[in-house]
Ligand binder design. Structure first.
Ligand code: TXA
Ligand code: MG
Length: 367
């Protein structure tokens, strides 16, 4: 049976909370992307989330809480930097990775002894969390199949998972459109926070590490932490978040990233082989080359706004729309090499990775 998309009124939120208490799985809006929620303390509901998504059981889920006063209930040894960030940015697009308290079941964290915590900034999500009571929390990944593009509308969730969830709360299109920024903390031993032995009690000299760029820009984090924050890649360690695997956040259609000046040539090359192409640009200069592209029946061109916030908000919906058009290839103009584009660049690069791998195995993928 397909789940109903339900406009989230007060009574619908109460009904969703009752479903969650009874072990149901409910999709709900956040300011970043739609989440697929289960009661953290109900192992079989949490198990269903992994099954619905087709997600490996060792990939941890983010635990969503109603406000920062509940941080200490779910986490231990919270460093000072984490408190600073929580006070400044929650509710908001920030997930903190912290040593988990014994209240967080191991199946939520994929067996890790850390937990990802976030207070979402969406009235429906917050009302739902409040309705679950002071000890309630929602384990919720993005409401999409594992590895696929995250949903930014209730209709996206319905189209992809409508047959397997109990309820979908409608809260409008997501304002940010990219997942939260994930920040972990490492102790001053120089080692990442992987277990109790590395912990500093309440904020010794721990350092913040960005494990996934996202809706909260690096500059905002750096300002609060006086610049004491680094990107995980700079530490030269294997990724600890599955979202950091290559070929994540990917549409089904092969996607290639090109500097703007190569787009026309690549597009023509594919068109002359009889292939249908989708093109996403952001710069005026390449929007202007439209003449040729729009004249062709084989090409769909989507000019995107040049501002990061609007581009980020529209990106996943655009990828889904082009994916549904059954094109042979998507060509995306490389975003500017600027820190504020980091999260967008990260998602596009990962979306392009399946294509790069395929091409390196078989040069004739497109023809
Ligand atoms: O904006 C978001 O973060 C959305 C909304 C629904 O809140 N959620 C989201 O969840 O993107 P998901 O599961 O699609 O991605 C969460 C990422 C995963 O890459 C996961 O590995 C990482 O967070 N993560 C969660 N707990 C972790 C932990 N204890 N240690 C390391 N990484 C963790
Ligand atoms: Mg996800």
């Amino acid at each position: 049976m397909t789940a109903q998309v339900t406009l989230a009124t007060r009574s619908e939120i109460a009904a969703a909370a009752a479903l969650l208490r009874a072990g149901g799985v409910v999709a709900f809006p956040t300011e970043t992307v739609y989440g697929l929620g289960a009661n953290v303390s109900n192992p079989s509901a949490v198990k269903r989330i992994f099954e619905i998504k087709g997600r490996p059981f060792d990939h941890p889920l983010i635990v969503h809480i109603a406000d920062s006063s509940r941080l200490q209930y779910w986490a231990e040894d919270v460093p000072e930097q984490a408190w600073l960030l929580a006070e400044r940015f929650w509710p908001g697009p920030l997930t903190l990775i912290l040593p988990r308290s014994s209240r967080v079941p191991g199946n939520v964290t994929g067996g890790q002894d850390t937990v990802g915590l976030r207070v979402p900034n969406h009235p429906v999500a917050l009302a739902l969390l409040e309705a679950l009571g002071p000890e309630g929390a929602l384990a919720a990944p993005s409401a999409n199949r594992f590895g696929h593009v995250s949903p930014t509308t209730a209709a996206h969730v319905c189209g992809e998972l409508g047959n397997s969830v109990d309820m979908i709360l409608e809260g409008g299109p997501c304002e940010i459109g990219l997942e939260s920024t994930i920040v972990g903390f490492e102790a001053d031993t120089g080692e990442a926070h992987t277990g109790p032995k590395n912990r500093k009690r309440n904020g010794g000299n721990s350092r913040a590490v960005i494990l996934r760029p996202g809706g909260l820009p690096l500059a905002a984090l750096a300002e609060v932490l006086n610049g004491n924050i680094v990107m995980a890649e700079k530490l030269n360690r294997p990724p600890r978040v599955p979202g950091a695997l290559a070929s994540h956040y990917a549409p089904a259609t092969p996607l290639e990233l090109w500097p703007g000046e190569y787009l026309a040539r690549r597009s023509l090359d594919l068109e002359t082989r009889g292939l249908n192409v989708g093109i996403i640009t952001w710069s005026e200069q390449f929007h202007a080359q439209l003449k040729h592209w729009e004249a062709s029946d084989n090409v769909m061109h989507v000019p995107m706004p040049p501002e990061t916030e609007s581009y980020g908000r529209l990106l996943y919906a655009t990828l889904r729309r082009l994916d549904n058009a059954h094109l042979d290839c998507l060509l995306v103009e490389m975003p500017p090499d600027k820190p504020e584009w980091m999260a967008i660049m990260d998602r596009l690069w990962r979306a392009s990775c399946t294509t790069i791998r395929k091409n390196s195995r078989d040069e004739a993928v497109y023809g």
